[in-house]
Design a protein around this ligand. Structure first.
Ligand code: ZN
Length: 659
């Protein structure tokens, strides 16, 4: 356990709340303490209100904030006296509790206080820190967990048996703490859940947390349960068969969910080694390490690829536990979020790359907890009923809903060629904005820097080289689980040349890139597009020149005309696979790599126009930008074009020859 307290940095945080921010971030920086919104912290302070009256205030983490990045605004101020009075009530429903928390804040715009706010209020110390430390959970989640905790901490902590988070837990903690704490007490262990520390200063509370968790780690070391054996070296399988198998699994899971999901396959040595353990059925099928993981990972992972069996088991689990609930529950989607398979390794599923990343991180830590608990004599999770209660707890579900509306292409994957600049780059950016995961290919290394986003993968790739194309496609599928949409944009526009001066090699090169490479990619992508949960979509970036060629551009015009014909045949052949193929014929998109000053000048000269007049040479006298083409591509992949295939849409401001 690293103590991250730094006197010099701490000195920059002067008020009690500012120091609360500082040490909350220190906790948040250690993923073995808290992960993705987990854990919470608070500070109690006397504040003079607008009328000059002193009030005791609890600043407690607001829901939706992450400890690692929290700011003062992330701590709603709640009236402490009221919270302590609430804790004396015999019962309080969730709705009542949230109402009381929200109506007793002193800042109307603040976020809703953590569901553990009352628990923080009843601990009579200025600073309170709460984490779901991995090392602690590895000890509590064993058959003799209670005895082991006593052995590790003696009477330095108060131990609370497992109770679901919320009012009942807060009340129980308040009672037990009042009865059992002594002047020696520096923490509180919540069995199968996490740990609290507290103190009179931010530093004291933080350092006690570090000390307590370090003791748990030392215990694991003494028991020989800390160092995990090195993973056996393994040769992961590669190739088209693996790609299709992954995409099939993603399709099945998405169907079970009722919406597309991304699937991130982790196939490093450690993940593969875990996925090949003979005792997975015992180890992984009991339940999560700490209950609030359930809303991200579901109660248990799917072992193997039988999604239908997982769905059936989930239904049974729901039907078994739903009748106990006070209010009527509606079943959540029954799709797995973690899949463990000897060939795929450990897969995480989510509606966005960020969500899948959270699932992957949580399960990564879960694996360590499982293995350490196993080394202590056997992992023991809470009964399924307790996990169900948290999974179907409205206050937990509200955490997910607060993430906002789902964007139109959430869970879907698009591959854009020529993504480093111009139309391709605009497509990559717009699809990202609309929630899609984007794989960008380009021969230009700039493709790797188009976006810094978990949903973006840029690959340097010469689309004319079949092997490079296949390898890049493989990397994309491993990252996101499949392919739903393809935007064929990569192309070149050679210098203007009349037929009598047209070199055969140049002609071939234009066809290689503008036509042949697209055939290769279409052929390789077809089986993946066929597995798209919503049906595959292809958008071809053609050219005005298909309908209205210009002098001096024979190779370009002929290659785009052939590409258009290829797209029409693809539309005919692939309709039965649910794949739509539509083309855009843009003209005069000048913010692209094709339009160097040299090309622009030559084209303008061909028409006897100035560059300025050449740019607006269309019926609507309008300018067309890459972004306009990207939005048309998005429309063609969206519901507006759901009944259209084989279409060719001009995007040229109106051209009399085309019309
Ligand atoms: Zn907690």
């Amino acid at each position: 356990m690293l103590n991250r307290w730094n006197d010099r940095t701490a000195a920059e945080y002067t008020s009690p709340l500012a120091l609360r921010v500082y040490t909350s971030r220190l906790l948040g920086q250690d993923p073995s303490l808290v992960l993705h919104g987990g854990g919470n912290t608070s500070v109690k302070e006397t504040v003079r209100n607008l009328l000059g009256i002193e009030e005791e205030i609890l600043y407690v983490k607001g829901s939706g904030w992450d400890l690692e990045t929290i700011e003062e605004a992330g701590f709603p101020a709640v009236k402490l006296e009221h919270l302590i009075a609430l804790a004396r009530l015999p019962a309080l429903s969730d709705m009542q509790m949230v109402n009381e928390l929200r109506t007793h804040m002193t800042r109307a715009s603040a976020p809703t206080p953590s569901v553990e706010a009352i628990l923080h209020a009843v601990i009579p110390h200025k600073y309170v820190d709460h984490t779901h430390a991995d090392a602690l959970i590895a000890i509590t989640n064993t058959a003799a967990g209670r005895e082991r905790i006593a052995e590790v901490f003696g009477d330095d902590v108060v131990v609370i048996p497992y109770v679901m988070p919320g009012f009942d837990l807060a009340r129980l903690c308040g009672e037990r703490f009042a009865k059992e704490s002594t002047s020696k007490t520096i923490g509180m262990v919540l069995m199968n859940h996490g740990i609290f520390s507290f103190g009179s200063t931010a530093r004291e509370s933080y350092e006690r947390m570090i000390e307590l968790v370090a003791r748990a780690e030392d215990y694991l070391k003494r028991q020989g349960a800390w160092d995990l054996p090195a993973p056996a070296p393994s040769a992961p399988t590669e190739g088209p068969a693996l790609r299709l198998a992954l995409a099939t699994l993603r399709r099945d899971a998405s169907r079970a969910a009722g919406f597309p999901l991304l699937l991130v396959a982790q196939r490093d040595a450690r993940s593969l080694d875990f996925a090949r353990r003979p005792d997975l059925a015992v180890l992984t099928q009991q339940g999560p390490a700490t209950p609030d993981h359930v809303i991200r990972t579901k109660r248990i992972p799917l072992l193997g690829r039988d999604v239908a069996a997982y769905v059936a088991a989930y239904q049974t689990y729901f039907e078994e536990h739903a009748p106990r609930a006070r209010d009527k529950k509606t079943m959540l989607d029954p799709a797995p979020r973690v899949v463990i398979d000897p060939e795929f390794g450990v897969c995480a599923l989510g509606r966005s790359a960020k969500d899948a990343g959270i699932v992957a991180d949580i399960y990564d830590h879960t694996i360590e907890i499982l293995l350490r608990a196993q080394a202590l004599g056997g992992y023991r999770a809470l009964p399924a009923g307790d996990i169900f209660d948290v999974e179907y707890w409205d206050l937990e579900q509200a955490k997910l809903k607060s993430a906002g509306a789902t964007p139109p292409f959430a869970g879907e994957v698009v591959l854009v060629t020529g993504a480093a600049s111009g139309i391709g780059k605009a497509c990559a950016e717009q699809f990202l904005k609309q929630g899609a995961a984007v794989i960008g290919f380009d021969i230009d290394a700039g493709v790797e820097r188009v976006a810094h986003h978990p949903a973006y993968l840029g690959r340097v790739c010469d689309v004319t080289k079949e092997q490079e194309l296949a390898a890049a496609l493989e990397a994309g599928v491993r990252r996101f689980g499949g392919l739903d949409m393809l935007v064929l944009n990569a192309g070149i526009f050679p210098p203007s040349r009349r037929l009598e001066a047209l070199d055969s090699r140049e002609w071939r090169r234009v066809f290689d890139i503008n036509l042949d490479a697209n055939l290769n990619l279409l052929r390789e992508a077809h089986p993946l597009l066929k597995l798209s949960p919503r049906g595959g979509r292809v958008v071809i970036i053609g050219s005005k020149n298909v309908a209205a060629p210009g002098p001096g551009v024979a190779a370009y015009s002929a290659s785009k005309a052939a590409l258009t014909q290829l797209a029409r045949v693809a539309a005919l052949e692939w309709g039965e696979d649910g794949i739509r193929v539509n083309s855009i014929h843009p003209d005069a998109v000048f913010d692209t790599a094709i339009w160097t000053d040299e090309v622009l000048q030559a084209r303008a000269k061909n028409y006897g126009l100035t560059i300025e007049n050449y740019k607006r040479k269309n019926i609507l006298r309008t300018e067309i930008q890459s972004r306009d083409v990207a939005e048309m591509a998005i429309a063609m992949c969206g519901p507006l074009f759901s009944r259209t295939t084989g279409a060719q849409v001009p995007l040229d401001g109106g051209n009399d020859r085309v019309i």
